[in-house]
Design a protein around this ligand. Sequence first.
Ligand SMILES: *Cc1c(COP(=O)(O)O)cnc(C)c1O
Length: 382
Amino acid sequence: MSVTANLPLRCWAEIDLAALERNLRGIRAALPGQIRYVAVVKADAYGHGLPQIAARLMHAAADLFAVANLAEAAALREVGPDWPILILSPILPQEDRYVAELNVAVTVSSAEEVARFAAVARDSGRPLSVHLKVDTGMGRLGVWHEQAEHVYQLINDTTGLRLAGVFTHFSSPDDDPEFTALQRRRFLLALARCPGLYSAGLLIHADNSAGIETLEVGGPFNAVRVGLLQFGILPGPGTLLESVHAEPVFSFRTRVGLVKNLPRGTGISYGRTHILARDSRVAILAAGYGDGIPRAASNRAQVLLHGQRCPVLGRVTMDQTIVDVTDLPAVAAGDEAVLVGRQHDAEIGIAEFSRWGDTIPWETLCSVTKRVPRLYRTQLGL
Ligand SMILES: *Cc1c(COP(=O)(O)O)cnc(C)c1O
């Protein structure tokens, strides 16, 4: 064993795979039985680690996986060679020839892509699965809903392409229910204009985690695309979302590197970003923005030490973050500090941590750096 393999951890993330599995089961239980579960595991499974997360979701019988690109699909193929995969982002023309090799379904938004993917299917001698994406108002990917019928026909008339699904994406399901309802109506109208669509056995999907809240029972939707919620994070308030009782999968921890006393009036961290109002005891944590604590959280964030909230003083730096422990005289070098997660009876949620950093949980999870090892808890009920 090398020295580095034995070194104690300075800053790490704990990933609770048993909670992940319970979350998937909870989400399934809250949805009608015919709804398929598309597990969204792009960006290294939201920073949790793709191989471990995908393996556990396969064990828990997710129906299909969605990733952003071919490299992520290739990584997923290493875990489950036969699992169906949908690529959500556009394929670059330079990537076309790899699509058939990986046996993935691709997202189609335009007639140009239909022609390109037809060539891929022809060259490989194998049919290629596609999901038609409809733009119902987000203005990003997808064919504009009023022209969806045209691309639908084109796909159906193209040898080598197999239409496997039709979908749309909501722009603001967490904070604009009216616009979400309009997008849903536009999508249903577009579907109704496509002859034979409902009898073709396609996956019809629109909802990400927040969308699930307004999923209509009895409609044509038969799949959901779940990202954030399976990691135990609610995208916003909601009766159905809360009924899942999703548990956080991720926690973010570090240790105290040094404790010292400073006199009143001292300017903390790079000059005068925080002036101590009293004689203080500060703890210097062994983590900073080099690990994924946003610099915007300077002077704002809180950290758990000995089960108590302690305020961050001064700037978050690359390798260090300073907290006030004047009221916790027992704090010593080596003690564990929690940035996101539970300690004794106290908890800092990822939504709160993200607000301190002027960001959102999705970005927080993607910002935990390579320096931070992920530790996996695997046991059920741990
Ligand atoms: C990322 C993504 C999702 C998952 O969104 P969450 O809000 O994390 O559930 C669903 N659909 C598409 C198209 C996405 O890009």
